[in-house]
Each structure stands twice: as structure tokens, then as C-alpha cells.
Design a protein around this ligand. Structure first.
Ligand code: L34
Length: 299
């Protein structure tokens, strides 16, 4: 057994610093005579985890001086009705950012809904306009979770430049934009990036070479110690609920890494909870303030 003790990447701490910064910027913005930024959240259906995440976003808004409203719609809401609400929010000049919490009920096509959001209010950075602009290095809203990962690497001076980065999971929300950000030729990028996914033939062959390993597959315990290089930096994006009768809420949260065996080899690691999750929320605050200031898409 190795006695290696990794450094902890404290997302709770870095997120609170970002919220403080946004709070200061928002109050400066107000004192210039502007109205308060406003985020419109839409939550369709009763997904329990979504309620927790939206709750965290609402609380953060309050804390930093962003107005927020949450429209709760039933599971049975049609795509048409949802889009009608979005059209109304697109036209509302008091609303700066619009966020439709995912996942949506299966009868709704998420891309159709995302495309109906005005890209200038797409503070999630999911609209094809924002994804496209990210890909070619143009100003855009950046998906909050990968943007939060970039902030964590920056805060702890863990430069990806010329490192071998492996991203496990190719989702539109996390894996794919994370890989794009890390491979761009700019201050925060310049990594050599590999994307693995459920069709990858031999996952370990790739993960074992990673200087920075980003895991966003949604599979608890997918990555174990023997799959990781000695001294690797581990970013665990997994947010899995495991039934646990001894826990107060009846479950506990685990990432996609088998924490103990992976930590035994890592130089740095994100905990779950308290790693990437809080950063997602903090970056949303940042994006919403940018939207209010029309900083990404000037009027
Ligand atoms: N539209 N849908 C849209 N935007 C997003 O950015 C998200 N995401 C993901 C799911 N759907 C979305 C989130 O908000 C995941 N996600 C998210 C947000 C917050 C947290 C985790 C995931 C979070 O705060 N995690 C805490 C623990 C929360 C708990 O106790 O359950 C943490 O410390 O990791």
C-alpha cells in the first residue's frame, strides 16, 4: 500500500472566492445606476437532484446580488409550451440569463429547447452559437462545469500546457467542451487531449498516460487506482447518489473515481462533494453578470 497523500482541490473554497468577486462586481454595476442582473431558471418535472442543484443556484444568486426566478413546470409539459415560455423570456428585457435545467422529460428534445434560447441569454453556454464560438476561440458563454474546472486548474497553478490530458466522457455539457478548452492554443490550454467514451476499447491504456485525468462519465467507481499514473491530477466530475441508510438523506454522493485507490496515486484530486459541483454554480453567477453587462455580445 502506498502512503501517498494527495493535495485536495477545494472547489468549495475557490467557488466562495468567485462568488465574493461576483458580489463585488455586481454591487459596482448597481452603483453605476444599472438594474440588478436577473436569471430566469426553468425546471421541468420533479427530478430530485435537479431540485437540489437549482436550489444551490437560487441561493448563490441571493448571496451575490443577482435576482432569480424559477418557473416550475410539470413533467407533462409539451415542448411547444416550454418553448413559448422561453420566447417570452427571450423578449423580456429585465431578464439577462435563461437556464433550462437538464435533464428534461424524455418526450422533449433538449437541443430543440436549447436552440430556442436567445444565445445572448444562454448563460449555460449550451447553444450551438456559444459552442461553435468556443470551438474557434471567439468570445462566448462557456459551459459552467468545464469553465469551473479551468478555474480550479488556474487557482492551483496546475497548467495544462504540454500535458497529456485524458477526458473520460464526451457529453455536450462537460466532456466535449472541457476537451476543447484544454486543447486551444491560449493561456489556459495547450494540452494534448484525448477523449474517451463508452466505445473506447481499452480505457486503461489511455487513462494510465494522463497527467491530468478528467472523469465525467456518470459511472460510480469507473476509475480505480491501477488505471491512474503516479502523480496524476484527478478531476472527478461524477455526481452519483448511492443508497445509504446510515446517511441522513438516505444516500451519499460519490464521484466516478474509487476515491481511496485513486487518491493513493494522485498528486492532486477533487473531492465529491465539494470539488467541481460548487464551481458549476459559481461560474453560472459569473456568466449571468457578464450577460447583464452585455460583455460577451455587446448590444
Ligand atoms: N441546464 N442543467 C443545466 N445546467 C447545468 O449547469 C446543469 N448541471 C448539471 C445537471 N444539469 C444541468 C448542474 O447544475 C450538474 N449540475 C450541478 C450543479 C451543482 C452541483 C452539482 C451538479 C452541486 O452543488 N454539487 C454539490 C453537492 C450537491 C448535493 O448535495 O447533492 C457538490 O459539493 O458537489
Amino acid at each position: 500500500m502506498s502512503s501517498n497523500i494527495p493535495n485536495i482541490i477545494d472547489g468549495q473554497h475557490v467557488a466562495s472566492l468567485i462568488r465574493e468577486e461576483v458580489s463585488q462586481d455586481a454591487s459596482d454595476w448597481l452603483s453605476l445606476g444599472n438594474r440588478a442582473p436577473k436569471l430566469q431558471v426553468i425546471l421541468v418535472g420533479g427530478n430530485q437532484a435537479s431540485k437540489v442543484y437549482v436550489g444551490a443556484k437560487t441561493k448563490a444568486c441571493e448571496e451575490v446580488g443577482i435576482l432569480s426566478e424559477t418557473l416550475m413546470l410539470p413533467d407533462t409539459t409539451s415542448e411547444k409550451i416550454l418553448k413559448d415560455h422561453i420566447a417570452r423570456f427571450n423578449d423580456d428585457e429585465e431578464i439577462d440569463g435563461i437556464l433550462v435545467q437538464l435533464p428534461l422529460p424524455s418526450h422533449i428534445t433538449p437541443l430543440a429547447v436549447i436552440e430556442s434560447i436567445d444565445h445572448r441569454k444562454d448563460v449555460d453556454g449550451f447553444h450551438p452559437m456559444n459552442v461553435g464560438r468556443l470551438t474557434i476561440g471567439q468570445p462566448c458563454y462557456r459551459s459552467c462545469t468545464p469553465a469551473g474546472i479551468m478555474e480550479l486548474l488556474k487557482y492551483y497553478s496546475l497548467s495544462p500546457k504540454s500535458k497529456d490530458v485524458v477526458v473520460v466522457g464526451a457529453s455536450n455539457i462537460v466532456g466535449s467542451p472541457a476537451a476543447i478548452m484544454l486543447s486551444r492554443e491560449n493561456e489556459e490550454g495547450k494540452a494534448t487531449t484525448t477523449i474517451c467514451h463508452k466505445y473506447t476499447r481499452d480505457l486503461t491504456r489511455h487513462t494510465i498516460g494522463a497527467d491530468i485525468l478528467i472523469v465525467a462519465a456518470g459511472v460510480p467507481g469507473l476509475i480505480t487506482g491501477p488505471m491512474v499514473k503516479e502523480g496524476a491530477i484527478i478531476i472527478d466530475v461524477g455526481m452519483n447518489r448511492i443508497a445509504d441508510p446510515t446517511a441522513q438523506r438516505g444516500y451519499r454522493l460519490v464521484g466516478d473515481c474509487d476515491y481511496d485507490s485513486v487518491a493513493a496515486k494522485a498528486s492532486w484530486i477533487t473531492p465529491v462533494p465539494g470539488g467541481v459541483g460548487p464551481m458549476t454554480v459559481a461560474m453560472l453567477m459569473k456568466n449571468t453578470l457578464l450577460a447583464a453587462k452585455k460583455a460577451v455580445y455587446p448590444a
